[in-house]
Design a protein around this ligand. Sequence first.
Ligand SMILES: [Zn+2]
Length: 358
Amino acid sequence: MQFKSSEDGGQLERYLKALPKAELHVHMEGSISPQMLLRLAETNGLKLPFSSSRQCKKLYAYNSFQDFANILLLGVSCLRKVDDFFEVILDMGTGMAQQNIQYAEITWTPQFYLNRSYSLNDILGAMNEARSILAIRSGLEIRWIPDIVRSRPQPAQAIAAWAATQEARDAGVVALGLGGPEAGYPASNFSAPFRYAKQAGLCANPHAGEGAGSQSIWQTIEELKPSRIGHGISAIDDPELVSYLVREALPLEVCLTSNIRLGICSSYDSHPLKRLIDAGCMVTLNTDDPVLFQTTLTREYLVAIQECGLAVQNIKDVILHALSCSYLQDFEKSRLIKSFINKFDELDRLFLNESQGR
Ligand SMILES: [Zn+2]
């Protein structure tokens, strides 16, 4: 499918919106909408530094990492009751379904919610109530990736131990994530919890090569034996690492707008996305923190085409890569891949007829 002229812009956007999608790198804490923040604040009797969605959105115009972290933590501070997790996942998943996202692996950070009157299993139970409703209502399938934070290693072992329990895995936990600042907090600090989680059957899904160079990715690979790398874009500066990623088919979860908004890349056209794809890397596209970066997965695909030089076929490849490197069982992957390819063909026919009928 090709969209040649500039007047096809609207048609391209409709096409991308209609594509069935999968997302592997998206944080619950970065996906709490302004309306949801206001609702949570009201029901929990909290005072926010804004009183409308429009005022809240002004806070998303931050230009420092600290301001970004502050607004993220403001969202976390509104999650008080166990039911709040149900509300947030239901709202987040409803937005995903509206973009035709049919499969998502959602990361969340358990250590924000330790020492509460309820347990991590209670939180997971509430999130799973929303997950069940979303599956029935829209067919959206969700799995969970609890992560640990590089700069706060103290609870890492306890969180890994919890995530690796049979109860958590039966409740949809598929991997252990690792986020937070890389510089000064090497992956080697987390070898033990990741080894433990892997022995119990969880995959390792760390961020690396976002705010630090390729050495951080090498170390993460050696120490944690990851199944995918969150971001990983600094690999582009290291041909030997790019060759390794291609040879091992180790997937990267690229988050374009996140990299621009956090100053990791100066512009879309200088982003290494296309160079990584051209080199043969297995790339997926993701939003990271869609509310905080004011983006959607549909928009990320559009920007990848319009600003980074990807073709529509690259987007289809990116979507199928997300399914094939997801943590679903093989038979579930095959079923979804087949269904997505059929849908792609159907959309191509539909949009081709539309173009010819003009
Ligand atoms: Zn992330």
